[in-house]
Design a protein around this ligand. Structure first.
Ligand SMILES: Nc1nc2c(c(=O)[nH]1)N[C@H]1C(S)=C(S)[C@@H](COP(=O)(O)OP(=O)(O)OC[C@H]3O[C@@H](n4cnc5c(=O)[nH]c(N)nc54)[C@H](O)[C@@H]3O)O[C@H]1N2
Ligand SMILES: Nc1nc2c(c(=O)[nH]1)N[C@H]1C(S)=C(S)[C@@H](COP(=O)(O)OP(=O)(O)OC[C@H]3O[C@@H](n4cnc5c(=O)[nH]c(N)nc54)[C@H](O)[C@@H]3O)O[C@H]1N2
Ligand SMILES: [Mo]
Length: 752
């Protein structure tokens, strides 16, 4: 289809969102079923949205969902099916030529499927045969460390806890997860400086904040319900500063679909000051804001900083101030590509605010200096003691709906000794101590042959991971790959010598075990643990729940194990009792999680305690990244469109950005286009450059867009072919998918 381009929309939400919700739901489910399902979404007795991890308000309306949550639900509750006949009709080779969009739209997986060595087709197998095959293959492993167990962030607490327990009982900490590609920089950044790797605000804080900074996040698309919180904050008098290379319509203005005045009028303007920073210029912006705050304090001593807080509750302030002296305003403006006047204004807003929240997502974490970015956010917040008081704090906005809970449950390749001590004591076993592989090292280990067995609890490892070709080679190198999935995706098509698909229940579906109907629990972005109960009849009678599948895997991998996994799975209260005994903060889990809004996990900084070794928060010093580019080179970011959930593509439009019918695009500054001799809709090949290696993605369409010079935008997963496997964040190892050094050349007609 030829792309049609309009202008980016002026606001997010509004009639466009209502229309899109209904159209998408209706095409997958029919209107009656759509309405019935959406009324259960995010309700106390309903199911948690499988979309993002944004929290639910205490007093919920009948419509606690957004356009994109509704799409995520429709995607799972679709009436289309991918059964044995589908796999008999389509060979794996043929399916490999389908787009992600076509694969996702095929429907729900219905049977366990097996691909024999060299086979062109998957064939159906029974659950018993599937587990037997897995058991036989794992029995050949010389050491448990030759296996890796991936997790994506939709997995419930119950499934995640059992899964990590199985993996550790089996004998390894090889638990890479989607978090490694996502907010790992936030966890690794926050932990050492404030004592917890999580955010410190609650939803209620938004209404009490005087200033809110939103760094590197596109909530209009990825966390639409956050716009309601920003709208309320704004109405209560907060000033909002957005820092983003793209002018995202969702950050500019919001029309709440349930507010008549918004829908009929222009909506509510959200951002007061928009800093159109260059890609990875945030560290310079943060330094500039801090510099402005220190200058304001110097001009009127004792009126700006919270001196008492800095002296008694923090360390490292003087060193941080000293490093700042090396940077002039002009340097910081040129490093960030934001004019001095705007940087000064951003600082003044912080100076005036009594309580400040800083929100962020992938625009800060997915850089080589991702951890430094997060710790610099903390530097800013500490200046005025913006922790442990109303309206203030750090707010990493999580992605997958239970990614934070999975980590709390121990889905972590680098568990702390304290975690392993408690787990071992609670279950009377000796968990392995040596750390395992995160995502990037796991790919490298499969590539080199050090790992030969790969199990994925959800997700789409191949398409989500960097360096698609390299990752494909890694997966093909395996002896066995096992995917526990709801829907068909590319990771089912690029497999080890043997491959198995285990189809599982999704969030929306009834989960019945020996003791009756079950609910599961999840932790949202703000550390609240609550219930989720599916209501729909399962898509196929052969589907099993994730905890049930883990119990089956346990019997296959550790045949002589004395633990009664089946008993735990017969009633999820048993699993929650295990969690209570092994993980702090879950006292009386089964009782408290049945309370209407669930319960909050302990959070030291939120409660006024920094849980670092010294009991103090730390200012840290970070040098600016080198953003210089050779002629003809650009920094490229890879983001989501409005019509996708990570690797699941709902449609080919990016409505808010005004792009239709095309995903293989390069968004480019018009002046850069002119300088490079490119015109609108030229087709180019994109080549990344890293450590002397190149990777090329073919045939992307250039579109002029409002983005700083030297910067380009593209969409993932299509652009993952050019993300170099060896370019990742220091400390967190998160692939640097928001800053890749690339060059462009006109396509010569060949295809990808
Ligand atoms: N509908 C929908 N919802 C989702 C998802 C989805 O795919 N679809 N994914 C979920 C997941 S797993 C996650 S992690 C979150 C992701 O949520 P986001 O982080 O909002 O997702 P991205 O599309 O990666 O967008 C990042 C934003 O960062 C900006 N950016 C890029 N580089 C830089 C930079 O160097 N500096 C700054 N300041 N900004 C930059 C981009 O312009 C973009 O606005 O959303 C979750 N929710
Ligand atoms: N270039 C680039 N790459 C990126 C990013 C980026 O911004 N740029 N973002 C990164 C981020 S933030 C993340 S979180 C990762 C996402 O990585 P993943 O979490 O691995 O990917 P998803 O696309 O969310 O996974 C979708 C698949 O999950 C399965 N699924 C859905 N629901 C369920 C369920 O309830 N149970 C089970 N067992 N399976 C289910 C379906 O089969 C579906 O096809 O991608 C990362 N990759
Ligand atoms: Mo994510």
């Amino acid at each position: 289809m030829k792309p049609r381009r309009g202008r980016p929309t002026k606001s997010a939400g509004g009639w466009g969102a209502v229309r899109s919700t209904l159209e998408h739901g209706q095409s997958e489910l029919g209107l009656g079923r759509t309405a019935k399902l959406l009324m259960q979404l995010n309700q106390q007795d309903g199911f948690d949205c499988p979309g993002c991890a944004w929290p639910d308000p205490e007093h919920r309306s009948a419509f606690e969902f957004c356009e994109n949550g509704a799409k995520a639900v429709a995607e799972e509750a679709t009436r289309k099916r991918v059964g044995p006949d589908f796999f008999a009709r389509h060979s794996i080779q043929e399916l490999s030529t389908w787009s992600d969009y076509q694969l996702g739209r095929s429907g729900r997986l219905t049977h366990p499927m097996y691909r024999a060595p060299g086979a062109e087709h998957y064939v159906p197998v029974s659950w018993a045969q599937a587990f037997e095959t897995i058991g036989r293959s794992f029995a050949t492993l010389k050491t448990p460390d030759k296996a890796c167990f991936y997790t994506s962030g939709r997995t419930s607490n119950e499934a995640a806890f059992l899964y990590q327990l199985l993996v550790r009982k089996f004998g390894t900490n090889n638990l890479p997860d989607c978090s490694n590609m996502c907010h790992e920089s936030s966890g690794k950044g926050l932990g050492p400086v404030i004592g917890i790797g999580k955010g410190t605000v609650t939803l209620e804080d938004f209404e009490k904040a005087d200033a809110i900074y939103v760094f590197g996040q596109n909530p209009g698309t990825n966390h639409p319900r956050m716009l309601s919180a920003l709208r309320e904050a704004k109405k209560a008098g907060a000033t909002i500063v957005s820092i983003n290379p793209l002018r995202e319509p969702g950050l500019e203005r919001f029309k709440h679909p349930q507010k008549v005045t918004d829908m009929l009028g222009p909506g509510v303007a959200l951002t007061d000051l928009y800093l159109q920073v260059r890609i990875n210029g945030d560290l310079a912006v943060l330094k500039a804001i801090i510099k402005g705050v220190l200058e304001a304090e110097a001009a009127a001593p004792g009126t700006v900083l919270d001196r008492g807080f800095i002296d008694q509750r923090t360390e490292g302030f003087a060193a941080m101030c000293a490093e700042l002296e090396a940077h002039s305003w002009e340097d910081l403006a040129s490093e960030s590509d934001v004019p001095v006047a705007q940087l000064r204004e951003a600082a003044q807003i912080y100076v005036r605010a009594k309580a400040t929240i800083v929100c962020w997502a992938m625009g800060l974490t997915q850089h080589v200096n991702g951890v430094a970015n997060i710790q610099s956010v903390v530097n800013l917040l500490l200046l005025k003691g913006n922790f442990g008081r109303p309206g203030a704090g750090a707010c990493p906005v999580r992605g997958h709906s239970n990614v934070q809970g999975d980590r709390t449950m121990g889905i972590w390749e680098a568990p702390s000794d304290a975690f392993l001590d408690r787990l071992g004591a609670a279950l009377a076993f000796e968990p392995p101590r040596h750390h395992g592989h995160a995502v990037v090292p796991a790919i490298e280990a499969m590539h080199s042959g050090a790992v030969s067995h790969f199990v994925a609890m959800g997700g789409n490892f191949l398409s989500a991971a960097p360096d698609t070709e390299f990752t494909a080679e890694a997966l093909r190198n395996c002896a066995l790959t096992v995917q526990i999935s709801t829907k068909l995706n590319r990771s089912h098509l690029v497999t080890g010598t043997e491959a198995i698909i285990l189809p599982c229940l999704g969030r929306t579906e009834l989960d019945t075990q020996a003791s009756g109907e079950q609910f599961v629990t999840v932790e949202n972005s703000m550390g609240i643990v609550h219930r989720s109960r599916g209501k729909l009849p399962p898509a196929s009678p052969h589907l099993r729940s994730e905890p049930w599948i883990v119990a089956g895997l346990a019997n296959a991998l550790i045949p002589d194990d004395a633990w009664d996994w089946q008993h735990w799975v017969s009633d999820y209260d048993h699993i929650r009792n295990l969690i209570e005994s092994a993980i702090p903060g879950f006292d009386e889990y089964n009782r408290r999680v049945r309370a209407c809004n669930g319960f909050a996990l302990p959070n030291g900084p939120r409660e006024g305690r920094f849980t670092t070794k010294s009991g103090k928060a730390h200012f840290t010093v970070h040098s600016l990244p080198d953003l210089s580019l050779a002629p003809g080179r650009y920094w490229m970011m890879t983001t989501r469109t409005h019509d996708q959930y990570n690797t699941t593509i709902y449609g080919l439009d990016d409505r808010y950005r005004g792009i239709r019918g095309e995903r293989r695009v390069v968004l480019m500054n018009p002046e850069d286009m002119a300088a490079a001799g490119l015109v609108d809709e030229d087709v180019v090949d994109v080549t990344s450059h890293h450590e002397g290696q190149t990777r090329t993605g073919r045939r992307f369409m250039v579109l002029p867009y409002s983005i700083p010079r030297g910067c380009l935008g593209s969409f993932f997963p299509e652009a993952n072919v050019i993300v170099p496997i060896r370019r990742f964040a220091r400390i967190s190892l998160t692939p640097s998918s928001k800053s890749i050094e690339v060059s462009l050349s006109k396509s010569t007609g060949h295809t990808t």
